[in-house]
Design a protein around this ligand. Structure first.
Ligand code: AMP
Ligand code: GLY
Length: 431
């Protein structure tokens, strides 16, 4: 069948590669895609917010199945619109995408269905919010309700810092996303991300990962979309995985079904592993970026067959195989990211970086006037390596980074450090 993938990031490059490798896939189209996705299919310049135009493309190119990469089209209801037009589409409905689209929705939902999460209150009035802050004290977390492209969460170390975040968000500093806020208890522990493929009733594990959100080494500097990731997240033991499925993932599927809005798609649970057990920080309703770049290269199964089974409500009995090797991705970003960046710096050496165990996924790239690869965004490349150990995957990834000639970009030099240290401390641990 012909398949359309929506999106243009490194996640979509990894998805395009996995989809194109499926025996079920004849042709893959990517809208709008990037020069990396063009290695696996046909990029189509299209405004994907125009759902009628997407449906028209599907009719024109005999596309039978659509896979949606990013959250914005899901929250805007692209799945509902394409399904209504008779086109199979993988991802949650607009109603189910509220699990990412609204933090207050998710908090109320977790409370109603007994899913462990930080204690919280919702506010639209800045004075009431600040009174509450003075009562509770710091550290405390202030969140904009809506999608804010990674800028909507402030983990405040003082009441003053929290009050500033309240004023910024409720003062319109983040637009409509901040018209309502959630103030919540600050959780303490190690973070981990757990991914599940869901068919509305049940789920199949899609692996675990650890992100690196801060821009600079040692987890310093501003928050970003993610500067690197590795998989699996070593802290998530098989026992903990079972507990997360039983206490968080399955109750979420049951609760969404009970509300009449079953969740179909990829559920990405951001968790804090606290002394009292795993607690939900937030949900995303799609693969992470750069998490997809470490999860998908480890998958030893047909992603298209799995997504079709989830979309059809028939995941029962589906088991996905995984590589025993861990994967690690180093993101290369344009100098200045996550602030404003210049476009157009030339990137060389991608061929030299290629290796049997290394893939360079492209995100914010474009082709220059002479067909040369240039930077066209903040996060530009995700250099992913697999290896028999985290240490080896890390060594391979940084060796490939070293082969890339791009003075206009930078990366963190410590991606995966914790996993490598953990491995060195317990080398005999079976994975
Ligand atoms: P984002 O992915 O932009 O929503 O960022 C959320 C990040 O903020 C998480 O990855 C955590 O590091 C942090 N965070 C969010 N909520 C809490 C909380 N209740 N306690 C501690 N850290 C939190
Ligand atoms: N890397 C975090 C995200 O995709 O939301």
């Amino acid at each position: 069948m012909n398949i359309l993938l929506i999106g243009s990031g490194g996640r979509e490059h990894a998805l395009a590669q996995a989809i194109a490798a499926s025996p079920l896939c004849d042709r893959v189209f990517i809208a709008p895609g990037n020069p990396g996705t063009a290695q696996h299919g046909v990029n189509v310049p299209l405004d994907t917010a125009d759902h009628a135009a997407v449906a028209e493309l599907c009719r024109r190119e005999s596309i039978e199945f659509v896979v949606v990469g990013p959250e914005a089209p899901l929250v805007a209801g692209i799945v509902d619109d394409l399904e209504a037009a008779g086109i199979k589409c993988f991802g949650p409905s607009k109603a189910a995408a509220q699990l990412e689209g609204s933090k207050s929705f998710t908090k109320e939902f977790a409370q109603e269905f007994g899913i462990p999460t930080a204690a919280f209150r919702r506010f639209t009035d800045p004075d009431a919010a600040k009174r509450y802050l003075r009562e509770t004290g710091a550290p405390i977390v202030v969140k904009a309700d809506g999608l804010a492209a990674g800028k909507g969460v402030v983990v405040a170390q003082s009441v003053e810092e929290a009050a500033e975040a309240v004023d910024l968000m409720l003062g319109g500093g983040l637009g409509a996303a901040g018209a309502e806020i959630v103030i919540e208890e600050c959780l303490v522990g190690e973070e981990a991300s757990v991914f599940a493929l869901c068919d509305g009733t049940r789920s199949v594990p899609l692996g675990t990962a650890q992100d690196h959100k801060r821009a600079y080494d040692g987890d310093r500097g501003p928050n970003t979309g993610g500067m690197g990731a590795y998989s699996p997240a070593a802290a998530v033991t098989p026992e903990l995985q079972a507990e997360i499925e039983a206490r968080i993932i399955q109750p979420t599927l049951d609760g969404m079904r009970a509300r009449g809005t079953p969740f179909v798609g990829i559920l990405y649970a951001g968790l804090m592993l606290t002394a009292e057990g795993p607690k939900l920080i937030e949900y995303n309703v799609r693969f992470g970026d750069p998490e997809a770049q470490v999860l998908l290269p480890r998958l030893r199964a047909d992603i298209v067959a799995a997504m079709l089974a989830a979309r059809g409500g028939v995941l029962e009995g589906v088991r996905l195989g995984w590589s025993d090797f861990p994967a690690l991705a180093v993101v290369m970003a344009t100098n200045g990211y996550p602030g404003p960046v210049e476009r157009g710096s030339v990137i060389r050496g991608l061929e030299a970086a290629k290796h049997e165990h290394v893939t360079v996924f492209q995100a914010g790239t474009a082709l220059g006037p002479a067909g040369e690869l240039v930077a066209a965004g903040g996060r530009v490349l995700a250099v992913t390596a697999l290896g028999p150990s985290f240490a080896e995957a890390q060594r391979r990834a940084y060796e490939a980074v070293g082969a890339i000639d791009w003075p206009g970009g930078f990366c963190r030099t410590d991606i995966g450090r914790r996993a490598v240290e953990r491995e060195a401390a317990a080398p005999a641990n079976p994975r």
